[in-house]
Design a protein around this ligand. Structure first.
Ligand code: ADP
Length: 301
């Protein structure tokens, strides 16, 4: 597993510093995973599939991707649309709130820019957010393209990442989530997302739901409570060392996914991969924002 395609949207992130000051960076769930995956395992070829604009902000993001050594051959440039954007506001009690401007972004049209089949790859990673930002026509196109990729031997990795605001209704979201679970070889899902979308009350309810599909590896993340890893033949509970001082949990799950895939890509077994992934996530929640400063080295694989 050397060649990986990660599909989704990277947005401009604006964080309120004070009444008149905003700090700008770039982030998005699958993009965070792409950056951390490449940082964890530089030998892997990580390509990001998305659409961005042709404006200055998009150029900046493009250069950032290159700096992070991501493959940019699948980054489509729209002449008329721009990057999505979100703002993070922290109130007096430390509670964060997010406001999004993304419905018209270039990335919402990505599949319309992909001519013909997707290029062959060992692993294709997407999340519920990657699917949620598309219209139904593009969702069907994506299913067809992934079906063809799978027939050519590609493994599909899916993280539910449920965001209710991006869906018409929970029913609609469930239909599509199950469609992608049905194609997934590896599921990397969070307990909170399953609780919100399917009203699952426990890990065992999640496992029962996932057992309807033929997923080879189910990795169920439950914050500091640990991780459950299920393969077709075995099941493990992997404890997670609680982080005492959590600075910002943004991108915890994304970083975990990156650590897991990096370790699996380098031949680790699922349990060792989950242990390493938890270390990467623990590191990331010790810093503010989605992406840690590049000079801060991630835990070694
Ligand atoms: P998601 O962000 O996808 O909902 P989680 O909240 O389960 O997923 O967090 C992802 C991973 O981050 C967890 O599996 C765990 O390894 C790590 N993590 C999250 N919160 C903590 C914490 N308080 N202490 C230690 N690790 C944590």
């Amino acid at each position: 597993m050397n060649h990986i395609v990660i599909f989704g949207e990277c947005m401009i992130e604006l964080v309120t510093q004070s009444a008149h000051q905003l700090a700008k960076s770039f982030a998005g769930d699958t993009f965070n995973t792409a950056v951390y995956l490449k940082r964890c395992a530089p030998v892997l070829e990580v390509h990001y599939l998305t659409a961005i604009g042709s404006d200055e902000q998009s150029d900046e993001l493009y250069h950032f991707m290159q700096q992070e050594k991501l493959g940019v051959d699948l980054v489509h440039r729209s002449a008329s649309r721009h990057l999505g954007l979100y703002m993070v506001h922290t109130d007096n009690t430390g509670e964060r709130s997010f406001t999004y401007w993304r419905s018209e972004s270039a990335a919402t049209q990505t599949l319309h820019s992909v001519d013909g089949e997707l290029p062959d790859t060992d692993l294709f990673y997407l999340s519920g957010i990657s699917v949620a930002i598309l219209d139904d026509t593009q969702r069907h196109m994506l299913v067809d393209k992934l079906t063809a990729l799978r027939q050519r031997g590609c493994k599909i990795v899916f993280d539910l990442n449920y965001r209710p605001a991006l869906w018409k209704s929970p029913d609609h979201a469930r239909q599509w989530a199950d469609r992608f679970y049905a194609m997934a070889d590896i599921a990397l899902s969070g307990v909170d997302d399953h609780a919100q979308l399917y009203a699952h009350q426990s890990v065992s309810e999640i496992v029962t739901h996932l057992s309807r599909f033929s997923i080879d590896e189910q990795v169920i993340k439950h914050g500091a409570y640990g991780v459950v890893v299920n393969t077709q033949s075995d099941s493990w509970s992997v404890p997670v060392e609680p982080v005492e001082t959590v600075i910002d949990t943004t991108a915890a799950g994304d970083a975990f996914n990156a650590g897991y895939l990096a370790a699996r890509g380098k031949g680790a077994d699922p349990v060792s991969a989950a242990k390493y992934a938890a270390k990467v996530a623990a590191f990331v929640i010790g810093y503010p924002g989605a992406i840690t400063p590049p000079e801060k080295a991630l835990p070694r694989l």
